[in-house]
Design a protein around this ligand. Structure first.
Ligand SMILES: Nc1ncnc2c1ncn2[C@@H]1O[C@H](COP(=O)(O)OP(=O)(O)OP(=O)(O)O)[C@@H](O)[C@H]1O
Ligand SMILES: [Mg+2]
Length: 199
């Protein structure tokens, strides 16, 4: 049982769903962040973006190693895995209605600007598009809206058993009403303006 990528915008449930999935599959669970830290595959830390600058050579070596393991890997960055594409069995993408995602991220206590940035990415399907580009024939999207993490995990397991694939991304711009989209755009704009004012 090879590598399973579990992707999605922050807050869509990768960690919650991934832990359940890995238990059911008797596979190890880890996150890209943890892989980078565990293998010291970073060059420096950027205090402005609060993130590590990746040492690409080291990171690719780590990928070669993990691609041979039975692993559920939590990542919102799938593009580098195209290099070890052959060993990726599935690229699951968790999706969440942007209005529900807003509530989930708010419950985490995130600042409005950070919520807006991530909700906007989900609305536009940024992570999903990357997954379809990297693995056009191996993506399966799960809409987690109104589902418990265990239900989303079951849906994924069932899809994997059946070998089901998604043929196109969930498009929130098409699925949401005009009122919902304008409500989201208002909130995003307001959060951005507030962020700029506080700078
Ligand atoms: N299906 C769900 N229904 C309701 N709440 C959920 C669901 N899945 C996750 N959550 C909640 O949403 C939050 C985000 O979940 P989780 O941490 O698993 O997301 P994530 O995709 O791993 O995020 P990150 O990329 O920031 O690590 C958590 O507070 C979790 O309890
Ligand atoms: Mg997580």
């Amino acid at each position: 049982m090879p590598l399973i990528l579990l992707s999605g915008t922050p807050g869509t449930g990768k960690t919650r769903v991934g832990l359940i999935l890995s238990r059911r599959l008797h596979a190890r669970f880890t996150t890209v962040t943890w892989l980078v830290l565990e293998n010291r595959a970073w060059r420096s830390y950027d205090p402005d973006t609060l993130s590590y600058v990746i040492d690409e050579d080291r990171f690719y070596r780590v990928l070669e190693d993990v691609s041979r393991a039975d692993l559920v890997l939590d990542t919102h960055w799938v593009e580098p895995f195209a290099a070890v594409g052959g060993s990726v069995r599935y690229c699951a993408v968790l999706r969440t209605n942007p209005l529900e995602l807003w509530r989930r991220l708010e419950r985490r206590g995130w600042p409005a600007g950070k919520i807006a940035e991530n909700v906007e990415a989900e609305l536009l399907g940024v992570v999903s598009r990357e997954a379809f580009n990297a693995f056009p024939d191996r993506v399966y999207e799960v809409d987690t809206t109104g589902k418990k993490p265990v239900e989303a995990a079951e849906e994924l397991l069932d899809a994997m058993r059946r070998g089901a694939r998604s043929t196109r991304p969930i498009d929130w711009l098409e699925l949401l009403s005009d009122e919902e989209i304008s409500e989201l755009l208002t909130r995003i704009t307001r959060a951005r303006a507030k962020e700029v004012a506080e700078r």
